[in-house]
Design a protein around this ligand. Structure first.
Ligand code: GLU
Length: 506
């Protein structure tokens, strides 16, 4: 019988989560939902030197914005808590002892200075030092020292670490859901530190012990953890937990847009787009931009992330979180790194924007207008949204593009005037003004017909009329259809704008 699905997202609070981390959380979430399982958030903060204040709160809040909810976490609790490793400190010691007692780990007394000097010696010879099956025989540890000496050292309170004793010359066979079979010879691996005399475990020990105690069924994490897999598999074996070892799936890297290298936290805003879900403020007050504050909808952001490395097997690209929960399978995650595409991210946002109802958009925009000192009727904002949403990527674009509805242009696009404002323009605009002021209805089609018929009969092309008209009313040459604009402005306003432009420009 297969075991209940329990997966975890296990970030270290060393800074803000970047898009790769969010994608890992998302895939865990989708996998849990699809399999009626549970998703756990575990904070892995055993490395106190890398702890960053505020990072844990950031992780929780930004994932909430994405709609990724946990069944068990540091806030909610759960049957397998505590969920923050620093609150579980007391648990790990006995497991380190177990490994020592069964001969799978040993005490090492080499000081950081001694290790450093060996490293430097090797570097000078263009070699690399690794504490492993070969070198451990020449180091100061419980494998080389007399038992009595080891006892004395331990009693004296000197600094020590507990290292995993890699088996010699053995092939470790592993299976990864995404990558298939992987194998490695233990002679190439190092004896990782598992525990330190300051009574803190390292990532490897705490991670394995917690995954076991929390009954994790599948470990879904980034590819950067693949090199740790042999050690993790050997740790399960050493503890005698082989039968309940989770299945592993290592997600492919997210690459920079040019495909050259991994998209990293350090890329910050350097590449011209956010790499964080929400704004991140450093202790020094520096701000790195986030998708939320840049105007992205969480649904669009999550939809974009879901297709980084996973594919549905069809051409469909737009998926709600609920749909993703129904169709997500790890078998459709690829091995190859996937390029991050900032333009595509904008495209997703646009797709989500255009299907929002006019009233939803108007409610988002109303406060933005108010900030600009514009107190517009909600019904007018709704009409503006309908008119402009096809041209917008973000809600704020609608705001930017619609200011002219409320404020007559104070200046006019000089380049456009040079090209399109002719000596005959004032008289053409005066005729247009007459048509508008005598029109019974400003319904776009009717008005357009009237204007067309009038000017065609005088052999004046519509281009000669409409561009100057737009300059007069909007101030520039771009924007939605002029007749649609006219319908939303009152007659007096249009007439006054035409008169003003004729006066000012001519
Ligand atoms: N704490 C590790 C990280 O920061 C977790 C790796 C894992 O999922 O095993 O990514």
């Amino acid at each position: 019988m297969s075991r209940p699905v329990r997966v975890r997202f296990a970030p270290s609070p060393t800074g803000p989560l970047h898009v790769g981390g969010v994608r890992t959380a998302l895939f865990n979430y989708l996998f849990a939902k699809k399999n009626n399982g549970k998703l756990i958030l575990r904070i892995e903060d055993t490395d106190q030197t890398r702890y960053v204040a505020g990072a844990e709160e950031y992780i929780i809040e930004s994932l909430k914005w994405c709609g990724i909810n946990f069944d068990e976490d540091v806030v909610k609790g759960g049957d397998y808590g505590p969920y923050r490793q620093s609150d579980r400190k007391e648990i790990y010691h006995q497991y380190a002892d177990t490994l020592i007692n069964c001969g799978n780990a040993y005490y090492a007394f080499d000081t950081p200075e001694e290790l450093d000097s060996i490293r430097k010696e090797k570097e000078a010879l263009k070699q690399q030092f690794q504490y492993d099956v070969f070198t451990r025989k020449n180091m100061r540890n419980s494998l080389t020292l007399q038992e009595s000496e080891v006892k004395e050292l331990l009693a004296s309170g000197v600094h020590y670490v507990i290292r995993f004793k890699m088996p010699e010359n053995e092939i470790v066979h592993m299976n990864d859901i995404i990558r298939g079979k992987v194998e490695v010879n233990t002679n190439t691996l190092d004896d990782k530190v598992l525990y330190k005399s300051d009574r803190m475990p390292t990532y490897h020990l705490a991670n394995i012990v917690d995954d076991h105690l929390m009954e994790i069924s599948h470990v879904i994490r980034g590819e950067e953890w693949l090199p740790s897999l042999p050690l993790h598999v050997l740790l399960y074996r050493a503890f005698g937990w082989d039968n309940t070892m989770p299945e592993f799936a290592h997600l492919p890297l997210i690459l920079k847009p040019d495909g050259k290298g991994k998209l990293s936290k350090r890329d910050g805003d350097k590449l011209g787009f956010p790499v964080f879900p929400t704004d991140w403020k450093t202790a020094e007050g520096e701000i790195y931009s986030g998708y939320r504050e840049s105007g992205y909808f969480p649904e669009a952001f999550v939809n974009m992330l879901s297709l980084l490395g996973w594919n549905p097997g069809t051409e469909q690209e737009i998926f709600s979180l609920e749909q993703l929960c129904e169709i997500f399978v790890l078998e459709r995650v690829g091995k190859a790194g996937s390029r991050f595409d900032p333009d595509k991210t904008k495209w997703f946002n646009h797709q989500y924007l255009i299907v929002k109802s006019k009233s939803e958009l108007a409610l988002m925009l109303k406060p933005e207008f108010e900030k600009q000192g514009i107190n517009a009727e909600i019904s007018l904002i709704e009409k503006i949204c309908e008119l402009l949403k096809e041209r917008a990527t973000f809600v704020k674009d609608i705001l930017k593009e619609s200011i002219f509805f409320f404020k007559a242009p104070e200046s006019y696009d000089a380049e456009a005037i040079k090209k399109r404002w002719k000596p005959e323009t004032p008289s053409i605009l005066n005729e247009l003004k007459e048509i508008i002021s005598s029109a019974e209805s400003l319904e776009p089609h009717q008005l357009e017909e009237k204007v067309k018929t009038h000017f065609e009969s005088k052999n004046i092309g519509l281009g000669q009329v409409m561009t100057p008209f737009r300059i007069a009313v909007v101030g520039t040459t771009s924007g939605p259809g002029m007749f649609e604009i006219v319908e939303l402005l009152c007659k007096e306003e249009i007439i006054s704008r035409i008169e003003n432009a004729v006066k000012k420009i001519s």
